[in-house]
Design a protein around this ligand. Structure first.
Ligand code: SF4
Length: 88
């Protein structure tokens, strides 16, 4: 996404639970406080809605880390909640 505000930032800002960039941490443990800097970048992102839609659509895709880190201004537990609320 060329218009993404996160373009050029190191990935570990958006995946702060794992300093090595690997998925060895508790994905669902990421809090908004821990992800605060990334979330401020998402706030001014022109493709935020598309990013969130993509993350929700691919949440269970084992090849995409959309159940981890910050996507579309949300942390994993918020995306899980959104998906659960849509399933009702
Ligand atoms: S909304 Fe998505 S594309 Fe935009 S800054 Fe946040 S993570 Fe990056």
């Amino acid at each position: 996404m060329k218009r993404a505000s996160c373009r050029g930032y190191p990935p570990n800002i958006f995946f702060p639970g794992d300093p090595n960039g690997k998925n060895f941490h508790d994905k669902r443990g990421l809090t908004r406080t821990k992800a605060a800097f990334a979330l401020t970048i998402c706030e001014r992102c022109p493709v935020r809605a598309e990013c969130l839609t993509y993350a929700l659509k691919h949440y269970d895709d084992k090849y995409m880390p959309t159940d981890d880190g910050v996507w579309g201004g949300t942390v994993p537990w918020e995306r899980k909640l959104l998906l659960q609320s849509r399933a009702i």
